[in-house]
Design a protein around this ligand. Sequence first.
Ligand code: HMG
Ligand code: MG
Length: 306
Amino acid sequence: MTYPKRVRLVEMGPRDGLQNEAKPVPVETKVALIDALSAAGHVAVEAGSFVSPKWVPQMASTDEVMARIQRKPGVSYPVLVPNKQGMIGAIESRCEEIAIFTAASEAFCRKNTNCSIDESFERFAPVIEAAQKHGMKVRGYVSTVIACPYDGKVAPAKVAEVSDRLFRMGCYEVSLGDTIGVGTPAECVAMIDAVAEKVPRDKIAAHFHDTWGQSLANIMAVMERGIAVFDTSVAGLGGCPYAKGASGNVGTEDVLYLLNGLGIAHGVDLDAVAKAGRDICAALGREPASKVAQAMKAKVAAQAAA
Ligand code: HMG
Ligand code: MG
C-alpha cells in the first residue's frame, strides 16, 4: 500500500465545528480555540464565515474573531464567503484566504445558500475577482459529494463537473465534502477518481463528516489514491445547519493518531490539540465526539486521580 509521506490538515473546529452550536459562543472562547490550534502546529485553521447572521447566527462574530486572533506566520485562517457582501467583510477583516462553497446537488445548494448551483457560480465570479485583486487565496468546497439529504445519491460525474468549475475558476484546492457522512471507502474512491480526471490529485482535499463512522476508513482509502489533504475538526465538533442530523467532521485527534501510527508526517502536536479539544468541550458543556479525544481525556483524568 502506498500512502503519502506527508499530509496537510485543515482544522475545521472553529468554523464547521461551531457553526451549528445553538448557544452563542463568546468571541474570546473562539479566539482561544483558534490560537490554541495554531500553537499546536496546524498550518490552516478555518476561522469563521462571512455569511448571513440570520442563516448562521453563530458565525456573526467572525469580524471580531479575525481582529483578535494572533495571526501566526505561515498559518492560514480561511473564512467562508458566499457572495460579494461576504467578501466585503473578508476584505475589511484583512483575511488572506477565503473559501467559496457550493454543492453537487441542487436541493442542498438551495437549502444552504438559497440559490441553484449555477447561481452560486454567478455569485462567485465577483468574489474571485476581488480575491485576486487583494492577493487572497481561494479554496473551494463541494458539498454532498456522496449523497444529498434531500436528493439522495449523487453521481461522481456531477461532483467532478462542479469541482472542475471551481478549479478552473481559480481555486487553488477543491475540498470534497461528504456533508452527511454516509460514504464508504469504495464510494469515496470512485468519487475521488472521477474528480481526479478533471482536477489534479494534489489539488484535492477530502472533507469527511463522521455520521456513519466511516471517516477513518475513507481517509485510508483515498490516501491510497494520492489524496494528502484532510479537513478535520478538533474533538469531532460540528455539523451543518442545513444537513439535519449530520455530525461533525472526523476528529482531528483521531486522524493524528492514525497518521502517527502509519508514520505519516503532519507537523501537529496531538497532545496540544487534545488539550484544545478538552477546553472547548468544557466551554460548550459537551463531551468530545472523537474516540481518541475521549480516550486521552480518560487517561488524563486517571493520571490526575493517581
Ligand atoms: P439570501 O437570503 O439569498 O441573500 O441568502 P440575499 O442576497 O437575498 O440577502 C438577504 C439578506 O441577507 C439581506 O439582509 C442581506 O444583507 C443579508 P436583510 O436585508 O434581510 O437584513 N446577506 C448577508 N449578510 C451577511 N453576510 C453576507 C450576506 N449576504 C446576504 N455574506 C446567503 C444567501 C448565502 C447569504 C445565505 O443563504 C447564507 O448566509 N447561507 C449560509 C450558508 C452557510 O454558512 N452554511 C454552512 C456552511 S457550508 C458547510 O457547512 C458545508 C461545508 O462544511 C462542506 C460540507 O461539509 O459539505 C463547507
Ligand atoms: Mg462540513
